[in-house]
Write a protein that binds this ligand. Structure first.
Ligand SMILES: NC(=O)c1ccc[n+]([C@@H]2O[C@H](COP(=O)([O-])OP(=O)(O)OC[C@H]3O[C@@H](n4cnc5c(N)ncnc54)[C@H](OP(=O)(O)O)[C@@H]3O)[C@@H](O)[C@H]2O)c1
Length: 382
């Protein structure tokens, strides 16, 4: 049975969700308009099969294809979905395949091969004339371990030297306390922050290749932009002060600082930290916490009118990629660079609910480099 404490935590969380939905972003386009805008965006930037509209881009793509030395159609837009085997990642993969009419390379990363195969088989089929056929790949990776992230990234880059979209949604919910991996990192923080940082760091060369080819190059971490809190710079990684609330407030702020640092280091690329809102996914049902598994159906039933499906969320998240919407006015983002924080409908959050600082950014980066190096060193027995 759920304990009193965990029921209280869940009720508080649900009240927050309700509060958030009562302050929905105003002046947003309708869902149909958002879907149409995404379709138009992908037509304009990909035009699958002829994505390299300029001769410079065509030359760059030809070089990329030759370098990859695989039977892979690198001329097509390529998207990697870390966490694409369920929920928001699945919704984004499906909507991406629809908007590119199947003419795109899609790589799902996660632990569940059966789910990946089901999703990949369900995507819109590309025209049979397209040769080589677009890739539909699964790369297995338990992202609680940094060494697994490193090996998954190497596999992906060796086959797909050009990546247009890196979408990271891997995550899980638990009411457990600090639970360390053999690499010495808390599992939840590992998946919600350190693994995301490592995927970005390892796959940046793929995004840079896309940019050099004159194509879109965007990385998005779907976590909880605007829902973070102040972080303790003397206890980054929460080795001493771990609690459910400390971890829940730290991960979004770490993600804010992460996209800012990457945007600063790689100014030709675009990095987004997104908040997805309340989405009907497997997050609660697949939780290792019995309490969350029992209470999730109740919450989903009670708040259903305030939630969106994973495919609807996929459209909103792609809208955050394809457009910047602020104060009711919306502009396409094609070619735009820098760090962005976006909300549940894809709107630009600016600095709303932001708890970062220059010092926090610098110290978190140094801490993360050290933690990731230590994790790899440990696993390699150094
Ligand atoms: N749903 C919401 O209402 C909501 C609200 C706010 C924030 N979020 C955040 O959005 C993100 C996505 O959530 P979701 O609702 O889409 O959840 P979901 O349906 O449970 O999907 C989670 C995904 O993460 C992957 N994953 C989990 N643990 C992993 C691990 N150790 N290694 C590799 N992949 C792992 C799962 O793949 P495998 O099982 O194949 O490993 C799955 O593809 C999470 O970070 C969540 O905290 C969600």
């Amino acid at each position: 049975m759920p304990s009193f404490a965990s029921t209280t935590i869940l009720i508080s969380a649900l009240s927050i969700i309700l509060g958030l939905y009562l302050i929905q972003p105003a002046d947003m386009p309708s869902f149909a308009a958002i879907r149409a805008a995404n379709a138009a965006f992908f037509r304009s930037v990909s035009g699958a099969g002829s994505s390299s509209s300029s001769s410079a881009a065509a030359t760059a793509n030809a070089a990329t294809n030759a370098a990859s030395n695989t039977n892979t159609n690198n001329d097509l837009p390529t998207a990697v979905f870390v966490g694409g085997t369920s929920g928001i990642g699945e919704g984004m993969a499906v909507t991406f395949a629809e908007h590119t009419e199947g003419k795109s390379n899609i790589i799902l990363v996660g632990r569940n091969r059966a789910a990946a195969e089901r999703i990949l088989a369900s995507l819109p089929a590309p025209p049979p004339s397209l040769s080589p056929a677009p890739a539909r790949e699964f790369v297995q990776c338990d992202a609680t371990l940094i060494k697994n992230v490193h090996s998954a990234s190497s596999q992906i880059l060796s086959k797909f030297p050009k990546i247009n979209y890196l979408i990271i949604t891997a995550g899980f919910s638990t009411l457990a306390g600090r639970d360390e991996t053999p690499e010495g990192i808390d599992k939840k923080l590992a998946v919600h922050y350190y693994a995301r940082w490592k995927f970005l760091s390892d796959l940046v060369p793929g995004l840079q290749k896309a940019k050099e080819a004159g194509e879109e190059a965007v990385a998005m971490s779907v976590m909880a932009a605007g829902k973070g809190g102040k972080v303790d710079l003397e206890d980054l990684g929460l080795k001493r002060g771990y609690s459910l609330s400390a971890a829940a407030l730290a991960a979004p702020t770490y993600n804010d600082l992460m996209v800012e640092s990457f945007a600063e280091k790689y100014p030709s690329l675009r990095f987004i930290h997104a908040y997805p809102g309340f989405v009907r996914t497997n997050l609660g049902a697949s939780s290792p916490s019995t309490t969350l598994r029992l209470l999730t159906p109740v919450a989903l039933g009670l708040f259903r009118p305030l939630s969106v499906s994973q495919n609807e969320c996929g459209e909103y998240m792609w809208y955050a990629v394809s457009h910047t919407i602020r104060d009711g006015s919306s502009n396409t983002t094609a070619g735009k660079t820098g760090a962005f924080r976006t909300g549940s409908k894809g709107e630009d959050l600016g600095r709303k609910g932001y708890y970062g600082s220059e010092e926090a950014r610098r110290r978190l980066w140094a801490h993360t480099v050290e933690t990731v190096q230590a994790a790899l060193g440990k696993e390699e027995g150094k």
